[in-house]
Design a protein around this ligand. Structure first.
Ligand SMILES: Nc1ncnc2c1ncn2[C@@H]1O[C@H](COP(=O)(O)OP(=O)(O)OP(=O)(O)O)[C@@H](O)[C@H]1O
Ligand SMILES: [Mg+2]
Length: 383
C-alpha cells in the first residue's frame, strides 16, 4: 500500500506484461492494470508493400473477403511461430494497444510457450518479443502457468494433469508442486475440429462454406458425445454441384460425427500420456483427475466424454480461454515465484522448474480487475 503515485509513475515507465501468444488468440495482461488485449492472432498485410493493414479482430473481419491488395494471415501455427516477421508485426501492434510506446519505457514481458516448443522455437519467440519492443523477455511453460493460475499444485506434491486444447495444439502436462513432471503436445485441437466440419459440409452435404461459417457451426452445435445432442442450424454457402448459393440445415448429430475424429485423437493422446506415467503419478491422476482448459475444451460434453472413456474425474477450468494468462498474471504479480519459474532453459520435456509448496495465493493480484468476478477460491476438481 502507500506509494500509489509512485506506482503510477512506475507503470508509465516500466511495462510488465504477460503475453499468451496463441495460435488462435492473443491475450495481454499488464501488471497492476489487468487484461489489456484480447484479440484473434490475425494480421492483414498489404501484399505489395508488406505494410501492416490491421491486426486482431479487424484483420479477422477481412478474412474471406480481403481487398485485392491485402492478405490475411494467422502468423502462428500449431502453437508455434509460423512467420517470424508477421508475428513480430502483430505483437508490436498489440503491445502498442497495451500502451507500450517505446520512448523511454522499459518493457518486460512474460511469454507463454507450449512445452512442445523446441529450442529454436523458444529462441524465435524471444527474438520476436524483442523485435516487437520488449527489452526483457521471460518464457513460461503454459502447462505450469495454468496450474499456477488454478492454484492446483501448491498444496501438496501430488501430480495433476492439465489438458489444454487450444486452436492449434493440445498440450497435455503433468505438474506437481515441484514443477513440470512431463508434457506432451499434439497438433490436433480446435482448428482441426473446424476443418473437419468444413470438410464434412463439402463432402457430405455438397456445400462450400467459409471458415468463419464452419467456426460458427462448431460453436453452436459441436458436442463430444454424439448421442446426447440436440439442435440444428441453417447454414449458407455455395453448392459444390451448381455453384449457386444454397442453404442447408445441419444437425448437432452430424456435427458431432464430423468432429469425432479429432475428438478421438485427443482422447487417445490423453490416455497414452496416462499409460506412460510412472505408477505414483498415474495413481495421483486417478485421484485428482484432469483439468481441461483452452478454448477447444468448450466443446460440449468433452469433459463427460473424457470422464467416461478414462474413468477419472475431469473438470473444466472456469475460464478456459484465459487460464494460461491468469497463471502468468500471478507470476507477474509475484516476482519471487517468477524467478523460480523462469523457463529459458532448453526444451524441458522433464523440466526442473519448481513451484513453491508454501506459496499461498496472493491477495494482491487484481484478478478481479480483469475477470470482472471475485477472485476464485481453490479450483474445484470435481466440478
Ligand atoms: N464455445 C466454444 N466451443 C468450441 N470451441 C471453441 C469455443 N470457444 C472457442 N473455441 C475454440 O477454441 C480455440 C481457441 O482456443 P485458445 O484461445 O485457447 O487457443 P490458442 O491459445 O490461441 O491456441 P494454442 O494454444 O493452440 O496456441 C479455437 O479453435 C476456437 O474455435
Ligand atoms: Mg493456448
Amino acid at each position: 500500500m502507500g506509494g500509489g503515485i509512485w506506482r503510477r509513475v512506475r507503470q508509465w515507465f516500466v511495462h510488465e506484461l504477460a503475453v499468451d501468444l496463441g495460435t488462435a488468440n492473443t491475450l495481454i495482461y499488464g501488471r497492476g492494470r489487468g487484461l489489456l488485449v484480447r484479440e484473434p492472432s490475425v494480421v492483414a498485410i498489404n501484399k505489395y508493400t508488406g505494410a501492416l493493414v490491421a491486426a486482431g479482430s479487424e484483420a479477422l473481419a477481412m478474412l474471406g473477403r480481403e481487398p485485392r491488395d491485402v492478405v490475411v494471415r494467422y502468423p502462428m501455427r500449431d502453437g508455434a511461430v509460423a512467420d517470424e516477421h508477421l508475428t513480430a508485426l502483430m505483437l508490436g501492434a498489440f503491445l502498442e494497444r497495451a500502451g507500450v510506446q517505446g520512448f523511454g519505457q522499459r518493457v518486460h514481458i512474460l511469454v507463454g510457450v507450449p512445452s512442445s516448443a523446441t529450442d529454436v522455437e523458444r529462441m524465435a519467440l524471444q527474438e520476436i518479443a524483442q523485435r516487437a519492443g520488449a527489452d526483457r523477455v521471460h518464457l513460461v511453460e503454459e502447462g505450469l502457468a495454468v496450474a499456477l493460475g488454478l492454484e492446483l499444485p501448491q498444496r501438496n506434491g501430488c501430480a495433476h494433469m492439465i489438458v489444454d486444447i487450444g486452436g492449434g495444439t493440445t498440450g497435455v502436462s503433468i505438474v506437481s508442486a515441484y514443477g513440470l513432471i512431463a508434457a506432451r503436445a499434439l497438433g490436433v485441437a480446435g482448428n482441426e475440429m473446424t476443418d473437419a466440419i468444413l470438410e464434412y459440409l463439402q463432402q457430405e452435404r455438397g456445400l462450400l462454406v467459409g471458415r468463419q461459417v464452419a467456426e460458427e457451426v462448431k460453436l453452436e452445435l459441436a458436442s463430444a458425445l454424439p448421442f446426447v445432442v440436440a439442435g440444428r442450424k441453417r447454414v449458407g454457402g455455395k453448392s459444390t454441384l451448381t455453384g449457386e448459393l444454397e442453404e442447408v440445415e445441419v444437425t448437432a448429430e452430424e456435427v458431432a460425427r464430423a468432429i469425432e475424429r479429432p475428438i478421438r485423437i485427443i482422447v487417445n493422446a490423453v490416455r497414452a500420456v496416462i499409460e506412460m506415467a510412472p505408477p505414483d503419478v498415474a495413481a495421483d491422476i486417478h485421484q485428482f483427475g484432469i483439468v481441461l482448459t483452452g478454448g477447444g475444451s468448450l466443446v460440449r460434453h468433452l469433459d463427460a466424454r473424457l470422464r467416461e472413456e478414462l474413468r477419472l474425474p475431469v473438470a473444466r477450468a472456469e475460464r478456459p480461454l484465459e487460464a494460461v494468462l491468469l497463471g502468468m498474471a500471478r507470476l507477474l504479480e509475484r516476482p519471487e515465484l517468477r524467478e523460480r519459474f523462469r523457463t529459458n532453459s532448453p526444451s524441458p520435456a522433464w523440466a526442473e522448474t519448481t513451484l513453491s509448496e508454501d506459496a499461498a495465493p496472493s491477495p494482491v493480484i487484481p484478478i478481479s480487475a480483469w475477470t470482472q468476478e471475485r477472485p476464485r477460491r481453490r479450483h474445484a476438481m470435481r466440478g
